[in-house]
Design a protein around this ligand. Structure first.
Ligand code: HEM
Length: 474
């Protein structure tokens, strides 16, 4: 093997093989990377000095672990909002910085930035990737834009209208179950569990036209989705398990893989079955038959949609979107609905007002079911739902990663490379946005009610549920 002299490195007569040279080049490259990273961190730290920060746990941990997924965590966020008002700096370990945002004026430049400037933060969503693939929630750049355009027809109100019947049917099954449980002497039930099954049942019908009867009997597919959602939430709590190679060695990791497999097999089977029926009819006949006979489901829309060049979605893309909608649609709506029921239970006077509004609308009607056009005729109920979503948002925060500097209206700059955590909960509980975010709503409504009777309810609720800026403009 030829030997090279390294005298030019000051190593005297030491001779080295090309391997040693390679090692030196590698080590120099690594050192350069580390130094660049340290310099970037130092530079970012300097630029981030204009953002206030709460006390850190230590220089090593930073603020890591200070916000738990618990009631204490929620109270801590409320404290942060009261103390800092719009933004604060959050350190994750000694190197990573996060800007927490809880005011619309600072959220706007981040969410209005082009998708390439503030893409979704990959770290936060990465655990969902093996399950949801490149669906809308996890994809970015051109793929996201193309799919977003291609999925627009799925939200046309002609497609959505017939879904209301599906929601009614699934809700009726849930109510029948509750009545049966009550008649059997049960006085307590876990609402969220029942409502989750109901939203999953509805989604399975809207997305796949599949009747699993999951509210009445166990379904492997639905059990797998519930398990996947629970496993992802659990994994977030344990830093060690954030590393893929460790996670998939654990029992939870193996369960995650198995459940993913089951869910993918279900979606693939529906897609294949549907593809088989598509060509026989021809698109126009197919559409006509579908609209006459039944609802056009989400899989149909995904199979039929085309981009500007006439290209359709691949089976893999369709699976990712269908799985994404099953995930994105069940937990959020179940949480939202559970909180609406909780809040109505806490405020029987508003509950009664909602009941009267619905009964008034349905009076002399047969069948007595809510339809699409009715939804606009329920202003008080709508306000209650919105107010409940404000107080208890199902998604507490979303994350974006700045690939370029982003300037805030007050001139401060969020440097490139920093993660922004947009706190939906914090913004909705920010006293600078909503007057007395926790209390005012309840007390004011009662107060107005005493003075103005039931008719003042809606005005009071809408007044309380209007952010400061809007109230001032009005
Ligand atoms: C109360 C109910 C819901 C809430 C609170 C909610 C909340 C959210 C939030 C905050 C995001 C933004 C995530 C981010 O940008 O990082 C999001 C995105 C998304 N949601 Fe929902 N969601 C709800 C219902 C649904 C339903 C019913 C579906 C589907 C059936 C759905 C499907 C999606 C999808 C596909 C995305 C990604 C959109 C994109 O990036 O283009 N969501 N949702």
């Amino acid at each position: 093997m030829p030997r090279l002299s390294l005298s030019w490195l000051g190593l005297g007569s030491v001779a080295a093989s090309p391997w040693l040279l390679l090692l030196l080049v590698g080590a120099s490259w690594l050192l350069a990377r580390v130094l660049t990273r340290i310099y970037a961190c130092y530079e970012n730290s300097r630029r981030l000095q204009c953002f206030p920060q709460p006390p850190q746990r230590s220089w090593l941990l930073g603020h890591l672990g200070l916000i738990q997924s618990s009631e204490e965590g929620v109270l801590y966020v409320q404290d942060l909002v009261r103390t800092f008002g719009d933004v604060c700096l959050w350190r994750v370990g000694p190197l990573h910085a996060v800007i927490r945002i809880f005011h619309p004026t600072c959220i706007k430049p981040v969410l209005f930035a082009p998708a390439v400037v503030a893409p979704k933060d990959k770290i936060f969503y990465s655990f969902l990737k093996p399950w949801l693939g490149d669906g809308l929630l996890l994809s970015s750049g051109d793929k996201w834009s193309r799919h977003r355009r291609m999925l627009t027809p799925a939200f046309h109100f002609n497609i959505l209208k017939p879904y209301v019947k599906i929601f009614n049917d699934s809700t009726n099954v849930m109510h029948a179950k509750w009545q049966r449980l009550i008649s059997e002497g049960n006085t307590r039930l876990d609402m969220f569990e029942h409502i989750s099954l109901m939203t999953l049942d509805s989604l399975q019908k809207c997305i796949f036209s599949f009747e699993s009867n999951c509210q009445e009997k166990p379904s492997d597919y639905i059990a797998a989705i519930l398990e996947l959602s629970a496993l992802v939430a659990k994994r977030h709590q344990n830093l060690l398990l954030h590393m893929d190679f460790l996670y998939y060695l654990t029992a939870d990791g193996r369960r995650f893989r198995k459940a993913c497999h089951l869910v993918h097999n279900f979606t693939d089977a529906v897609i294949q079955e549907r593809r088989r029926t598509l060509p026989d009819h021809g698109i126009d006949d197919f559409l006509l038959a579908k609209t006459k006979s039944k609802t056009l489901d989400f899989i149909d829309v995904l199979l039929l949609t085309k981009d500007e060049d006439g290209k359709t979605l691949s089976d893999e893309d369709i699976r990712a979107e269908a799985d994404t909608f099953m995930f994105g649609g069940h937990d959020t709506t179940a949480s939202g609905l559970s909180w609406v029921l909780y809040n109505l239970a806490k405020h029987p006077e508003h509950q009664e007002h909602c009941r009267q509004e619905v009964q008034e609308l349905l009076r002399d009607r047969d069948p007595t079911e809510i339809e699409w056009d009715d939804l606009a005729q329920l202003p008080f109920l709508t306000m209650c739902i919105k107010e409940s979503l404000r107080l208890h948002p199902p998604v507490m925060a979303i994350s974006r990663c700045c690939t370029q500097d982003i300037k805030l209206p007050d001139g401060r700059v969020i440097p490139k490379g920093v993660i922004c955590r947009i706190s939906i909960f914090g913004t909705h509980h920010n006293p600078a946005v909503w007057p007395e975010p926790e209390e005012l709503h309840r007390t004011d409504v009662r107060h107005e009610r005493d003075e103005g009777g039931a008719g003042a309810d809606a005005a009071a609720l809408s007044g309380a549920a209007r952010p400061r800026g809007a109230a001032q403009e009005a």
